[in-house]
Design a protein around this ligand. Structure first.
Ligand code: PEP
Ligand code: MG
Length: 590
């Protein structure tokens, strides 16, 4: 039964990737609705047959997926998962248990659901963590069988057959990576926040997206017409003719403006008082380097290497990483490439790396903590980075540093590897720049001490805001508190920039704030000399940068630091930018 959706139903969420998308819904994660009921004795045989046919059908589906996967080199290593699922289909407890329950006059879906619950309880009591995790495989097989029995087809982000707007409860970064760009016009989710990694990926894929809508999946159905306004975080279900026309015009203006910005490609990034600010690109996957080149980024300010590790059963070995880094360096044409070591944990979860199941993963064994504990894995990555440093300008960046001991431990491992490479006669850049992410409150508080240890800082405002304000960056319920303009954040940025500039080291910002053109004047005034962002943001930021001066930025920052609420800060910034650049900031946002 379809839910009735009133014309022009407006929903407001968090706009995480700009642009307008108009189309029809493809709803992912439609859970099979299980009707558990008793059957008559004479229906038992037919129900048994229905269940056995479902098992057979599931087997055929899995064999078919296996054939497709084995034809694709980069996916071959996932074959073992499909073999595990085929084995589960033969499992006695699952099959015999379900048949037994059907014989006790329960319908097939009900019988299977009961058995799955028993199996889940068994798995939960297993001590061995590896075996306990296999519960998810049983769930996946159970879900496949239930879909077949209830007639709900399986749809994933990778196999949407036609151009549509994807609606889903949540999307993991790994799922977002598999997104079929040619068919996904835009996406909206119940969960998520502005700087969750799914949002970051949406921006780099250039797909309009709104997240944090809480219950949109229960309000829509397949093929419902919808408009996504990713710039303003608005979603309109079942638009009227008038709204449709209005948004079609807005979409055309947005695309026109984007094309217009392309002329900034050839222009340099200098302020009116001749201060050069390097506008660099953030990369999630190596192929994003194309986007970086398209928008004339001055090198890569952040390469999030953890995406190399996502969605595979074994981590990439030294050679694979080396090749991948060299390819990026080749494309960077002599510009610097900042390679951040594995920043795993939080919402970037890699099941295959056996991360502990932690109550509070954002503050757990993540990023540099994980690398220093799993030293073997860390050394593989560092060797690959060091080797690559002989073929271009590499800068190495360590994530989530919270104290001096961590950076010293990293530097010690680097010098051990350098000695090894010397012995083996393998080249590397002995002057390789070493930097750290400033994204924890402790790092801000000791920024002047950390500045003595490294060549550059890169401020990760996505996490810095999360940790400073104690607001989960991916949680839609507290998104209203996630505030880049909180006076505490401005002070943290100022302290960090001053510490770096006093010590004469490089100072970059690579969190999402860097790509927000409304903040460009403030960032320049704070003393940042590099901004690293989603490449698509570079033209807008450059356009603003070329019309402002560092001196005006410093005056604005002084004024902002005297204000006591974020509302006052944001109003002051908006007024300033509107009066300086009315052509850009006085218009409603499209
Ligand atoms: C940050 O925290 O600001 C950052 C750039 O890193 P990530 O978003 O990958 O955590
Ligand atoms: Mg971070």
């Amino acid at each position: 039964m379809k839910i009735k959706v009133a014309e022009d139903t407006y929903l407001v969420g968090i706009g995480v990737s700009p642009g307008i998308a108009i189309g029809a819904v493809s709803l992912l994660d439609q859970r099979p609705l299980v009707d558990q009921s008793l059957i008559e004795a004479e229906e038992v045989e037919a129900e048994l047959l229905r269940f056995q046919q479902a098992v057979e059908r599931a087997r055929e589906q899995l064999q078919k997926i296996k054939q497709t996967v084995s034809r694709q080199q980069h996916l071959r290593e996932h074959l073992y998962i499909l073999d595990t699922h085929l084995l589960i289909l033969e499992d006695e407890m699952l099959v015999d248990g379900t048949e037994k329950a059907i014989r006790a006059q329960m319908n097939a879906e009900g019988a299977l659901t009961q058995v799955l619950e028993q199996l889940r309880a068994l798995f939960d009591n297993i001590d061995d963590e590896y075996l306990r995790e296999r519960r998810s495989d049983v769930d996946a097989v159970g879900e496949r069988l239930l879909r077949i029995l209830t007639g709900v087809s399986e749809r994933t982000i990778g196999n949407i057959g036609h151009k549509s707007l994807v609606v889903s409860h949540d999307l993991s970064p790994a799922e977002t990576m598999q997104m079929d760009r040619s068919n996904v016009l835009g996406f909206i989710t119940d969960k998520g926040g502005r700087t969750s990694h799914t949002a970051i990926l949406a921006r780099s894929l250039d797909i309009p997206a709104v997240v944090g809508l809480e219950s949109v999946t229960s309000m829509v159905y397949d093929r419902l017409p919808v408009i996504i306004d990713g710039s303003n975080g608005v979603v309109i279900l079942n638009p009227s003719e008038e709204t449709f026309k209005e948004y079609l015009e807005r979409k055309q203006s947005y695309e026109y403006l984007e094309r217009d910005l392309e002329c900034y490609r050839e222009l340099s990034a200098f302020t009116t008082d001749q201060v050069h600010i390097a506008l660099r690109a953030n990369l999630e996957i190596a192929s994003d380097v194309e986007q970086a080149k398209k928008h004339a980024a001055e090198g890569i300010g952040l390469y999030r290497t953890e995406f190399l590790y996502l969605g595979r059963s074994t981590p990439p070995d030294e050679e694979e990483q080396y090749q991948s880094y060299c390819e990026i360096l080749r494309q960077a044409n002599g510009e610097p490439v900042t390679i951040r070591t594995l920043d795993i944990g939080g919402d970037k979860f890699v099941p295959e790396l056996n991360l502990a199941d932690e109550a509070n993963p954002a503050m757990g064994l993540r990023a540099i903590r994980f690398s220093l504990q799993e030293e073997r894995l860390f050394k593989v990555q560092l060797r690959a980075i060091l080797r690559a440093s002989s073929s271009g300008k590499v800068r190495i960046l360590f994530p989530m540093i919270s104290g001096i001991a961590e950076i010293r431990a990293c530097k010690k491992i680097i010098s051990e590897i350098q000695s090894q490479l010397d012995q083996e006669g393998i080249a590397y850049d002995p002057d390789l720049a070493i930097g750290i992410m400033i994204e924890t409150p402790s790092a801000v508080m000791i920024a002047s001490l950390l500045a003595q240890e490294v060549d550059f800082f890169s401020i990760g405002t996505n996490d810095l805001i999360q940790y400073f304000l104690a607001v989960d960056r991916g949680n839609e319920h507290v998104a209203y508190l996630y505030d880049p303009l909180h006076p505490a954040i401005l002070r943290a940025l100022k302290e960090t920039c001053d510490a770096a500039n006093d010590a004469g080291i490089g100072i970059c910002i690579c969190g999402e704030m860097a790509g927000e053109s409304l903040y460009t004047l403030v960032l320049v005034g704070l003393g940042l000399n590099e901004l690293s962002m989603n490449p698509a943001c570079i033209p807008r930021v450059k356009r603003v940068l070329r019309q402002i001066s560092k001196e005006d930025g410093e005056l604005l920052v002084d004024r902002l630091l005297s204000l006591s609420t974020s509302k006052e800060v944001s109003t002051a910034i908006e007024q300033e930018m509107r009066s300086r650049l009315p052509d850009i900031f006085a218009q409603p946002r499209i």
